[in-house]
Structure formats: C-alpha cells, structure tokens
Design a protein around this ligand. Sequence first.
Ligand SMILES: NC(=O)c1ccc[n+]([C@@H]2O[C@H](COP(=O)([O-])OP(=O)(O)OC[C@H]3O[C@@H](n4cnc5c(N)ncnc54)[C@H](O)[C@@H]3O)[C@@H](O)[C@H]2O)c1
Length: 266
Amino acid sequence: MTTQLLEGRTILVTGVVTTGSIAYGVARRALAQGARVVLTGLERDLEKARSAAASLGVDDVLPYDATDPEAVDAVVEAIRVRVGHLDAALHAIAFAPRAALSGDMVGVDPVGLEKAFRTSTVSYAETARILQRLAPASGASLVGLDFDATGAWSVYNWMGVCKAGLESLNRYLARDLGRLGIRANLVAAGPIHTRAAGGIPGFEDLLDAWAERAPLPWDPHDVDQVADTVCFLFSDLARAVTGEILHVDGGYHAMAAPLRRRDGAG
Ligand SMILES: NC(=O)c1ccc[n+]([C@@H]2O[C@H](COP(=O)([O-])OP(=O)(O)OC[C@H]3O[C@@H](n4cnc5c(N)ncnc54)[C@H](O)[C@@H]3O)[C@@H](O)[C@H]2O)c1
C-alpha cells in the first residue's frame, strides 16, 4: 500500500467560509492525502463554514477572529484539547473595505486600511504564533495565500499593498521560525472565483489579463490546482523550502507581455 502525502499530519486550515473557498479546497485535498484537519472560521461566518465543513465530514469549526489577539490563546487551547499538536497551518484570511480595492489610492479612509492590514497581513504572524505553540520539536509548515504583489494591478489597490507586506513578512517569519524547524511559504495564486474575489470591483479585468498572458490554461473555478501545491508545501517533499513564494498562476508571473496566440498553427 502506498503512503499518502500527509498521512499522520494534523493541519490547521483557517478561512473556510463556502465550498468555493481556497481553504475548503486545501482542507479537502489534505484530507484526501491522509491528514487530520482542524478548521477555524470567523464568528459571523460560522454557520456557513460549518455547513461547508460538514460536506467534508469535519464536524466542527472553531471560532477565530484573526484581528483579536486574545483569540490566539482560546484557539490554541481548543486545538490542544481536540488534537494535541499541529504539523502545519494554512493562513487563508483577507479583508479590505470595498473603497480600498479599486479607484484612486489617495483618499481612502485610513481606519479601513488599518483593518485591512491587520486582517490580511499581521494575522499571518498570528497564525505563525498558533503554529509555533503547537508544533512538535520535529518542526512544522506554515503556508499563506498571496496574490503576486511585485507590480500594480488595474484593481486590487490597497489589498496589493497588504499582499506586498505579506510577502515581506513571510521572509521574516522564515528567518525567525527556521531555528524551530518551522518553514514559512506563500502560494501566489492566480484569480479564483471565491466570496472574497466577488468583493473586488473589476475582478473580471484580472480574468481577462490571465486569458491573454498565462501560457497554461487558467481555470478560475479550479481551487484544486492551488490546494495541491499547498499540500506539497505542507509535506516533507518541501522539507528544504522556506521563505519562498510559489506561483500557481499558469505561468502568468513569468510573462512580460500578452502572448501572441498561435491557435490552429499546429
Ligand atoms: N480568490 C482569489 O483570486 C485569490 C487569489 C490569490 C490569493 N487569494 C487569497 O486567498 C485567501 C483566501 O481567500 P479566498 O479567495 O478563498 O476567499 P474566501 O472569501 O473564501 O475566504 C476569505 C476568508 O477570510 C476570512 N476572514 C475575514 N476576516 C477575518 C478575520 N478577521 N478573522 C478570521 N477570518 C477572517 C473569511 O471569514 C473567509 O473565510 C485570502 O488571503 C486571499 O487574499 C485569493
């Protein structure tokens, strides 16, 4: 009998809200690879998250608000009681007010921007704190979800700034957690239809850009293409990988300009 990639691993997956969430796909693929999965969700999303979890055969979702520093103790304790330890964790949490996602950068309410940065960037370090407290001496794997922040998009705006911060934070976490054997990596995904994506005005522009530039076909409904790479980073196959940003975007990031399509050229 062949061994499954994540057999015997206990993995925290944050950010499930619907069956379309990237986190849902990661939980499903990790379960299929033999992992035990613990899910967390935001209080106001718990009912939806629990119904999504039930379809995975996972009977609970722990409440966790990533902007509440006191929530870390509660979630660590709940995980300790339920499963004892964690071998890996997925950060799949982001929020920005609508006004911060398109239009001009200048003039957006800074209070909303602080909340966006706290929720989408700083919370990655909070997930690291949870993992650090529950990781075995043999180490663990932290993975976050990125949208390539090396350039300015036509939309995405302040969330792009939050993702640039996430990319930098990932390098610092890799530096600090390496001595504990904990790896920190990001998966920079192409555009996927999720609830969060539905809140980005002009998301369709991103899909058009992918159709023009990505050398591989890109299916924005296929969460598994992202989830499988997250599972790879959770696994021992990636044991020497940390501080990395792995693009799962059909190759979009490597192209300098729209492609000349040679359809039918044989
Ligand atoms: N969908 C895309 O195109 C895409 C592409 C690249 C990266 N990502 C990233 O993937 C991650 C997951 O997003 P998704 O697209 O699956 O959307 P989603 O809407 O399914 O998930 C977003 C999650 O963030 C959670 N959340 C928001 N505020 C929170 C808080 N204060 N505390 C705890 N949880 C909170 C929501 O409850 C939800 O579960 C995000 O980091 C997003 O930026 C998405």
